[in-house]
Every structure is written in structure tokens, then in C-alpha cells.
Ligand binder design. Sequence first.
Ligand code: GTP
Length: 334
Amino acid sequence: MQAVILVGGFGTRLRPLTFATPKPLLPIANVRQLEHLIAALGSAGVTRAVLALGFKPEPFFQAFPDGTCAGVDLHYAVEPEPLDTAGAVGFAARDAGIDSTFIVMNGDILSDLDLAALVAFHRARGAEGTLHLTPVEDPTQYGVVEADADGWVRRFVEKPQPGETESRVINAGTYVLEPSVLDRIAPMQRVSIERVVFPAMVADGCLAALATDDYWIDTGRPDTYLKANLDLVDGTRSLILSSVGANARVSATASVTHSVIGEGATVDDGSVIIDSVVLPGARVGSSVRLERSLVMGTVGAGASLTDCVIGVDAVVAPGSQLVAARVPDPATMG
Ligand code: GTP
């Protein structure tokens, strides 16, 4: 089976981290997010992953120079212009010559979903498409899905007002599709799969959905990207990865609590790191305090950062006291 992974978005919410590295190539506990996704697809029997690329394709070519990832063959489909989610699926699937049942995945989610079970559910229903749904506490910011007892989608409610729907499950960004869905997507046009293609399939009564309460997270915001990292080192998920990457240098007098230290990163004497991610290659000087922060660049001695995001080329001056800052500030950049 083949899978299309949507990885062509701009990742604006994770700026400045995504100025340097596309979101799917950012590490989650020292393993690129895309590698987590493709490993899961490979375990479910996917033998070829088609990357639907747009913005910044080159880092993907460099990241996987032998054209494979987690033992799965890669196919690169580079859009000439952003085609939105359905346009991107259509372009990539045609480019790769997909002509049988396939999986589609957003490149900015992580989950413990049993993909093989989703495919089996899709086949048992004889659906044209099947969505994975996940419950959320506050659905008002999401596309909520209403499905009937037999697993057929009845309605989408985008960002519902209180009382507008009883449903608490949202589109979780993993789909199983028949190739006939491609006939619903006009070639080379900007089309949203959530807002255009799926509602049309609901009207035709051929879109199924499976809700599960497996671990699921959308890694696209700084707070959720941070949580996705920490969840992989603190036992929240069944998979537990090391919190300190290869060749990282953490001073014996530094204190690191519930945090991830990236490959080749350095943390100097007397620093205190709590609930944070120091990304690969980052430099944390002596006596720095980091709390709930993401650091890709350099933090000078004695600085204190709370809820901050520091980009790869950024240098935080020694002694700085920053709260909820992004350096550089994406609002002032193009
Ligand atoms: P933000 O800018 O922070 O909203 O992130 P994003 O651009 O990644 O957008 P969003 O999270 O809504 O996108 C969901 C998924 O679709 C992500 O995996 C994106 O990489 C991908 N995506 C969004 N738009 C496009 C597009 O036009 N082309 C391709 N190939 N992928 C897209």
C-alpha cells in the first residue's frame, strides 16, 4: 500500500523554528517527526511514502539522501504552487501513479492509531473514504465531525458555537481513500479536502469515520510541539525515547528536568532546564534558566527564558530575562 503525507505547509505557527527547518523535519525527541510517521506507516504495511511537497522541498531531499526513510521508499511530488490539502493529495497521488486504496496523513500530527485497523474498518464498510477521528475537550477551534452509529459521517461543523453540535470528535488528519476520490479533485487547483471534498462525499453517503481514543497530538503550535517531545520521554506514550541525544554535552552541574536535549547540543555549568526542548546543535550557556521553552539557537550565560521560542540563528544576550518571546520575532520577518 502507498501513503501520501502532506508536508508542504508553511508552518507559520511554529516560527521562528520553521524558518530554518520545515515542520515535518523538526525532531520530536531527537527523531524527525516525519520519521515517526513513516515508521508507523511501514509497520502497517506501507511500502512507499509519497511526500506532497511545496514550500522548501530541498531540506527533504537532503534529509533522506538514499530515498528511503525508516525502511520505506520515498517518492517526492513537488507542487509548482501551493494547492491546499486536496489539491496537494491529487497532485501527489497522480504524480506517484497511485491506483489502489491509499492512506493520507497530515505531516504535523503524531498518534498511536492502529493504521491497519483503520484500513480494515474502511474495507469492511466499503467506504470511498474513511477518516480517523479523535476526541477533544474543547471542539470550538476545530472541524467537528458527526457520525452515525454505523460509522458514516453525517455532518461537518467547522469551529462550532456552544450548543451547535453534541459531537466532541474532530478530524484527526489521517484518511484511507479509494483512488476514485481523485476524480473529485480538479487537477492543479487550490482545493481544501476538509472544506470541499469531504463535505461532497458526505452528501454522497460514502465517507466513513472511526473514532479512537489513542494518543493523538497536533504538533503544529509551540505548546503542542513541546508536549509532543516531552510525551515521548516521560512515559505518556507506550514508546519511551532517551531524553538526551547523541553527542550532547550537558554539564554535570546543570539540572535537567522533564526536558529533551538534542543531538550535539551543549548545556553549560549551573543551568536549570525544566519542561523544555533544547534542539539539536543549540547552545545553552552557564547559569541559564529555561522553563517551557524551545531553543534552536544560542542562549547567553545567566539568561532566564520562560515560554520562549528561539530560532536557529538567534543569540539571546547574556543576562536577558524573556517571557513568552519569539526570537527573532516572526511578526517582524517576511
Ligand atoms: P500553519 O501555517 O502553522 O497553519 O501550518 P501549515 O502550513 O502546515 O498548515 P496546516 O497545519 O493547516 O496543514 C495541515 C497539513 O497539510 C500539514 O501537514 C501541511 O504541511 C500540509 N499542507 C497545508 N497546505 C498545503 C499545501 O498547499 N500543499 C502541501 N503539499 N501541503 C500542505
